[in-house]
Structures are given as C-alpha cells and as structure tokens.
Design a protein around this ligand. Structure first.
Ligand code: NA7
Length: 546
C-alpha cells in the first residue's frame, strides 16, 4: 500500500460501521481499554452484561471477597491524578472498596457514556467483506465494528457443580460469583459451603463469624497462608503515594507483577535453621510473599517443595485443635504453591469453632442435593442456605460462552478444543481484527499490572493500523504455533503442570475440560513484555496487515 493510499483510507471515515471498536466487558481491563481507545480518537463501545462497571468486582460480592494483591499495587497506574486522589483504606481491599474504586474511575474519566450495560454478547462473527465484526447481544440487538477487543477476564465464567438435584433445593442457594446485591443474613441459619478454593476460603471465614451452623464440603484441601491485612492510615497512604513510582517499577520487574520478588537462593543452599527462620518470616508477613517471594526452586524442585509443604502442614496442625480435622485440611495430592494459594484471615481457626463441621467429600461423596439439603454417602444434612464456591471455567470459558466465528465461519471454541493457540495471548490466526486483553497464553499474576500492559499493546497496534489505513490485522498460523510452542516450553519442569486446577484448565463440571492444558505463559512478565516489545520494534512484521 502506498503512503497516499494509506492517507486516503485514514481520511475516509468508517461511517458504514457502528463503531471503530467494540470492547466486551467493563471490568479492570475493559475500562482501561476504553480510556485508551478514546485517546486515539476512536469511536469505541463497551458491552457489559452487568448493570454497572467492575467486572470481577461487580459480580463477586460474596461475603469476605477481597484482594490478595496489595491494594496499592492493584490500582491503575496510568493517571497521576487518580493516584493522587484515591486513598486505599486497607492493604488488601474488600470487594465494596474495589467496586467503589472502579466506579470512581469510570466517573472520573467519564467512561459510562460509551458503556452499554445489560448487554451480554452472545455471538461475534468476522465479516471479510467489510473487514469488521458483527456482534450480536443476547437480546437480539446487533452492531458492527472494525475491531473486536475482548476484555472478558480470566475467571468470569462461573460454574455450578455437576451434582444431581441442585435445582430441587428449596432454601436459599447461590454461586459466590452471582452473589445478590442485597445483604444475606446467616444469623441462626444452617449454612453449607461447597468448595474450598480461594473463594470458598474467604467465604467460609466470613460466614463463620455469624452465629448459626456452618458445614463445609471439601473435596480438595488447600495450602492456605495468612493474608495479614491491615487498615491504611492517612500518613501511611501518603507514604505509599510517594513511593508509587518505585512500587510500579518493582511490580514490572517481578515474575507475576506482584510486589514480591523471588528469593535468588535455592532451598538447600541455606541451613535448616535459616530456612525455617525465613519461612517463619514469610508466614508472618502480608500477602503472597510466601508464594512469590520464596526460594527460587520451591515450584520446580520436588524436594524443596516437599520441605515448604511440610512447613505449611505443621502450621495447620498448630492452628487446628482436632488432629483428625487438621489432617483433613492438609493437602496430600499436591505440593504448596502448585495451585493458586488462597490467602486467609483466620481460616483454619474456623474449624476450632463448635458450630463448624468439615465434611471430606472424598471420604463421603455428595450423592445429591435434596429439597432440604445435601445427601452424602453416609449422612443427610439439612440447610437453610447452600453456597456454591465451585469456581470458574477459567481462561477460555468466557470465550467458549460466546459464539465467536472467524474467517469462513471457523468457531473459536472448536479451534481451541485441544487447548488455546494464540499469538502473544492477544491475537488468533483466522480471527482478524480480534484482540484479546489478557487472553489465554498471556502471563497471569497481579491482574491490573498485566492488563494495563496488554491494553497498551492492543492500543499501540490499533493506533498503528489506524494511522496507516490498515483495516485488517491477523496473526499468522506460524506465529501462533511458535508462540504456543514457546508457552508450552516455559511451563516445562514447573510442578503446577502436574496438578489439576483451573490453572491447568481442569474443571470437572464442564464437558471437555478434563485434560490438563497449558493455559498461560509461565516465563514471567518481564520476558513476556520483551516478546511483545520485539514485535512492535519489528514494525509488526510478524503480523499480516492489509
Ligand atoms: P477454584 O479455586 O476453582 O475452587 C473451586 C472449589 O470448588 C474447589 O475446592 C473445588 O474442588 C470445588 N468444587 C468444584 N466442583 C465441585 C463439585 N462438583 N463438588 C464439590 N466440590 C467442587 O475456584 P475459586 O472461585 O475458589 O477461585 C478461583 C480464582 O478466583 C482464585 O484462584 C482467584 O484467583 C480468584 P477441587 O479443588 O476441584 O477438588
């Protein structure tokens, strides 16, 4: 294409299209993506299923929902003014505070005027003739746009358990993700929680605070570690504010964009006493330090992993009075850190309460949900409330729930049935002009840090195309294969790959999600960014632009 052709194309408004870009989702990534596309002067529209902004922090309003990232590492970094104005109240903010924050952001940057709520996207189809995406909402409304940007999150497709009789229960029941906006009282109620992942652990700890009776149905125990949350006073907040440049810089340079950096030592390089002292220190400190700031080999070396797991097991035994209950709470089928580590605030002590019962459903499986409660292989329990903390069809689930069709009507769900294939976790060959913010095979971690980068990269590419009159962007098949191979290679030797969890794409409640897959880039964020930057520096030559 010549320069004048490009200029002519740029000058020509796409008046035939409803929008330049459609963004799906008004969560952390979607809000920022909208802000960035507006900066380019593009007409962007966000479709959001909820009635307000916030994504994860709009939906997950279950009791006890809060950050495991330090609040001051989680907020957006793009606006100095926002950093000046917003005071975090707690080191690990609860859901209400985070929802308030995201609403504040939406208001401050006047984002709502381009967000269409109660608009769940049901289908998106690429139209080769117009080089655009036709998007259909669940209610039948249709729109089109040059670019389709997915900002649908990695844990947004909640899954109910496949247990017979779920629909027959006559009391109150709810998946944690769909928690109602109105307060739910547990006072004097018989409550069941099914599921003990990060969500279950937070829910259980909170529900147990109200008098009543709580029964926890646990399939797999977790290696939980203390959160050590605290309030942030005015002076401390000002100190944090003064340190924002260093804080964000540090997050940029760690593996998972958290404030915690891996300790360069190997577990066996230090004496047992020193090791124990180090782990005590980490156990006593706030946040993910014990997972992300531990010795460099605990997630790759079986012996090192066994030692840290043993340390955590001792902690559980110390904290839970009944030794039989403590044993049930100690994971036996996976080592510490090989699944997402739930951070807790008094979780294990909950089981010392006389009104809390732990049911190990590996020993006595749930047979069915009855109209009055839960029937296991050896007992029938009656409940007023059943809470399903049963997780998500992670990473690809939200994509699977939209009928996304690329060139010649190829289905994305079908293309990914044996695992995702992407270029940088952002583009997919055969799906031109679709850009994924935090798509599969991108690096996970402290979400907004990674999402800001991802949205910036997407913005850079769209801006590049816009400036040159490029109306079609596609990853090559070779590029996607090479990235996919690289992603698989980065996970080699990591112990988490041997364990079933949402991080390896397992969800026994979903057809086709029973085989472990590599779902995310495991080379760490600094390396991820290097790969992305190289593509930019190279003038996007690895992509097909037309
Ligand atoms: P998780 O971590 O996937 O946990 C789901 C929990 O629900 C887990 O304990 C599951 O047991 C349990 N589960 C799922 N299905 C069933 C059935 N059918 N019967 C009994 N128990 C079941 O989801 P979370 O929401 O806790 O956390 C997801 C992420 O969101 C979290 O890591 C944060 O990053 C935010 P299992 O372990 O599969 O045996």
């Amino acid at each position: 294409m010549t320069g004048s052709q490009a200029a002519a194309l740029k000058a020509e408004p796409d008046s035939a299209l409803d929008f330049d870009a459609i963004i799906i989702g008004a969560g952390v990534s979607g809000l920022y993506q909208l802000y960035k596309l507006r900066e380019l002067g593009l007409r962007a529209r966000v479709f959001e299923a909820g009635t307000n902004v916030g994504g994860t922090w709009y939906w997950n309003r279950y009791p006890g929902a809060r950050f495991d990232s330090e609040s001051w590492t989680y907020g957006y970094s793009f606006s100095q003014e926002l950093l000046e104005e917003w005071d975090w109240e707690e080191h690990f903010a609860g859901q209400p505070e985070t929802e308030r924050y995201l609403n504040y952001v939406a208001d401050k940057f006047d984002l709502r005027r381009d967000i269409q709520f109660k608009s769940r996207v049901a289908a998106a189809r690429y139209n080769e003739e117009t080089r655009s995406w036709d998007v259909a909402l669940e209610d039948g409304r249709t729109y089109n746009a040059r670019f389709l940007v997915t900002a649908i999150g990695v844990l947004s497709a909640a899954t109910m358990p496949r247990i017979p009789g779920v629909e027959t229960f006559r009391g109150q029941s709810c998946h944690t993700h769909y928690w109602p906006k109105e307060p739910v009282s547990f006072e004097g109620k018989r409550v069941a929680v099914i599921g003990t992942g990060a969500t279950g652990v937070q829910t259980i700890t909170e529900v147990a605070k109200t008098p009543g009776h709580l029964t926890v149905f646990q399939r797999t125990p977790q290696w939980c570690a203390p959160l050590h949350n605290a309030k942030i006073g005015k002076e401390e907040m000002n100190r944090i504010r003064g340190n924002y440049p260093e804080i964000f810089e540090r997050c940029q340079n760690t593996y998972g964009c958290f404030i915690h950096a891996t300790d360069p030592r190997a577990t066996h390089e230090v004496s047992p006493e020193e090791r124990e002292a180090f782990w005590e220190k980490l156990y006593g400190e706030p946040g993910f330090g014990i997972w992300m700031g531990n010795f460099r080999d605990i997630l790759v070396d079986r012996k090192a992993n066994a030692l840290i797991s043993d340390f955590l097991a001792r902690k559980i035994r110390q904290r839970v009075r009944d030794p039989a209950v403590a044993e049930k709470l100690i994971p036996k089928n996976h080592g510490f850190g090989t699944r997402r580590v739930p951070l807790e605030s008094g979780y294990f002590e909950v089981y010392n309460q006389p009104n809390v019962k732990l049911v190990d459903i590996k020993e006595t499986p749930i047979e069915r949900i009855t109209p009055t409660g839960v029937k296991t292989s050896d007992a029938e329990y009656e409940f007023d409330i059943i809470i399903y903390a049963t997780g998500f069809d992670a990473i690809t689930g939200a994509f699977d729930r939209i009928d996304i069709r690329g060139v010649d009507g190829e289905s994305l769900k079908e293309k990914w049935k044996d695992g995702p294939q992407t270029f940088l976790g952002i583009l997919v060959d055969g799906f031109p002009n679709m850009l994924m913010v935090m798509g599969p095979h991108a690096g996970l971690g402290n979400f907004p840090r990674a999402a800001e980068y991802s949205a910036d990269w997407v913005t850079g590419l769209i801006g590049f195309a816009h400036d040159r009159g490029v109306t079609r962007i596609e990853a090559t098949g070779e590029g996607a294969s090479a990235w996919t191979d690289h992603v698989l290679a980065t996970s080699e030797g990591l112990l988490f790959t041997e364990v079933d969890s949402w991080m390896t794409g397992i969800n026994r409640n979903v057809e086709g999600k029973q085989v472990r897959r590599i779902m995310r880039y495991s080379g760490g964020h600094p390396a991820f960014r290097e790969h992305c930057e190289a593509v930019v520096t190279n003038g996007y030559r690895e992509l097909m632009l037309g």
